[in-house]
Design a protein around this ligand. Structure first.
Ligand SMILES: [Zn+2]
Length: 133
């Protein structure tokens, strides 16, 4: 009968966890997030860590000041893959994206009508000819 008690206490434990408001998964997710936040960016060359909330220009500055000129920023930080030093705030990119969105979409030409009829007709004719041997 001891097994029954063990099960009961297990259920009670589960209830307690629910009362705490966090499942194991949630706890794991939040601790993972905390870890990520603590070392948001790590320079792959010199292992310098930066908080998750630093801006790309800060990372870029690290690349240009700590590493020889010509170092690919993306080779230090993945986050700098799309970073444009000429456009640190992404304003140009945003403007370009807006311009692209504003551009009227080219109309698709629908090709239907007389041509299709002719194609079918000629296809039928060749088929008919082929059968006769
Ligand atoms: Zn570095």
């Amino acid at each position: 009968m001891g097994g029954g008690n063990a099960q009961k206490s297990a259920i009670a434990r589960l209830r307690n966890q629910k009362n705490a408001g966090q499942t194991d998964e949630e706890r794991k997710a939040s601790s993972d997030k905390a870890k990520k936040d603590a070392c948001g960016f790590i320079c792959t060359i010199c292992r310098t860590t930066f908080m998750i909330n630093v801006k790309p220009p800060t990372l870029y500055l690290h690349v240009t000041s700590k590493h020889p000129a010509g170092t690919d920023p993306a080779s230090c930080f993945d986050a700098l893959k799309d970073f444009d030093p000429e456009d640190p705030k992404g304003l140009k990119a945003a403007a370009a994206a807006k311009a692209a969105a504003d551009k009227p979409k080219p109309k698709k030409k629908t090709k239907k009508g007389a041509d299709d009829g002719l194609d079918l007709l000629s296809a039928g004719l060749t088929k008919g000819k082929g059968k006769k041997k």
